[in-house]
Design a protein around this ligand. Structure first.
Ligand SMILES: C[C@](O)(CO)[C@H](O)COP(=O)(O)OP(=O)(O)OC[C@H]1O[C@@H](n2ccc(N)nc2=O)[C@H](O)[C@@H]1O
Ligand SMILES: Nc1ncnc2c1ncn2[C@@H]1O[C@H](COP(=O)(O)OP(=O)(O)OP(=O)(O)O)[C@@H](O)[C@H]1O
Length: 286
């Protein structure tokens, strides 16, 4: 029985500029992605029947709508084996948080089944397949911090600093589509050069719209701003603040109102999924 267990991390958008809107309604972005070591966990066991099972299902998400199942279905035509897969999920990452949990789960599934089903697809092809499931899937497939353009799929690998972060989830979920269709969203931030991206004190163009629509985010943003340069990730709802020391981060966390979920985490420039997968591959060859 082959068992592969992988972490499925969250991402932060260290900045997110919206530079335009395409004819299909999708937005042109310039953003800097970094992973954090807050993760869901997915376990994959090959089975003798061709089914794709998932335990537990996510409440409110139908089996075939789950991005884990969708990712497995996308890979099915490429599999060299007749086996199906039993997947178990430990969900930690809040949904509608702007930290990309669903996209991360999809990418982790693509990476795991590419090995277990012996599909032998290169990362570029996995990312291309994953893009159909969400704009954030390619970065999780690629597995290295990157500066992104296009709708988030044109990636340039980079290595930003890896501070500690206090991640804070206000008591609400923000649907990505709602923010991108808001008429007050800034869509004309001047494009920057890639070479400037790492030196940039960038901002998130979604912040003002999210604060106006979600008073919970506004309140949490004002609270976190007392301690430094608080930022929104993606289209929210999560906010984050960087710290040089874990003790400083812990002190601020200790004073956070109990109604908000908080995590202390560390930025990582390689995805924990890839670290674990590489270890597993190495163990298969010994
Ligand atoms: C905001 C980010 O999280 C930044 O990393 C992503 O761009 C969003 O990625 P995602 O959640 O995977 O988004 P998708 O599931 O592809 O899209 C959700 C909805 O957001 C809008 N959307 C998304 C990405 C983008 N570049 N422009 C858009 O206008 C579209 O209306 C789409 O229907
Ligand atoms: N495996 C999954 N994990 C989380 N959400 C899923 C999953 N499969 C489907 N979904 C759906 O995707 C929606 C978005 O979830 P997700 O956790 O990716 O939010 P998000 O962090 O705001 O995403 P993003 O940062 O990509 O905008 C959920 O509300 C849920 O309906």
């Amino acid at each position: 029985m082959t068992l592969l267990t992988l972490p499925s991390p969250a991402k932060l958008n260290l900045f997110l500029h919206i530079t335009g809107r395409r004819d299909d309604g999708y937005h042109e972005l310039q953003t800097l992605f970094q992973f954090i070591d807050v993760c869901d966990e997915l376990s994959f066991t090959l089975t003798d029947n061709p089914d794709i099972s998932l335990i537990p299902e996510i409440e409110g998400v139908a089996h075939e709508d789950n991005l884990i199942v969708k990712a497995a279905r996308i890979l099915e035509p490429y599999k060299q084996a007749h086996q199906g897969v039993a997947i178990s999920l430990t969900k930690v990452l809040p949904m509608g948080g702007g930290i990309g949990g669903g996209s991360s789960n999809a990418a982790t599934t693509l990476l795991a089944l590419n090995q277990l089903w012996q599909c032998h697809l290169p990362l570029e092809q996995l990312a291309q397949l994953g893009k159909q499931l969400g704009a954030d899937v390619p970065i999780f497939v690629f597995g290295h911090s990157a500066y992104a353009e296009g709708i988030g799929e044109k990636l340039t690998q980079t290595d930003p600093e890896t501070p500690y972060y206090l991640l804070l989830k206000p008591n609400c979920e923000v649907p990505t589509g709602q923010i991108f269709t808001d008429k007050y969203l800034t869509r004309d931030t001047p494009a920057i050069r890639i070479s400037h991206a790492l030196k940039l004190e960038g901002h998130n163009d979604c912040l003002e719209v999210v604060r106006r629509l979600y008073p919970e985010v506004d309140e949490a943003f004002l609270w976190l701003t007392q301690f430094g340069d608080a930022k929104l990730t993606g289209t929210g709802a999560c906010l984050f603040l960087a710290f040089e020391s874990i003790d400083d981060a812990e002190r601020v966390r200790a004073s956070a109102p109990a109604k908000w979920q908080t995590w202390i985490c560390r930025g990582c420039n390689t995805s924990p999924t890839h670290d674990a997968l590489n270890q597993w591959i190495a163990s298969q060859h010994t």
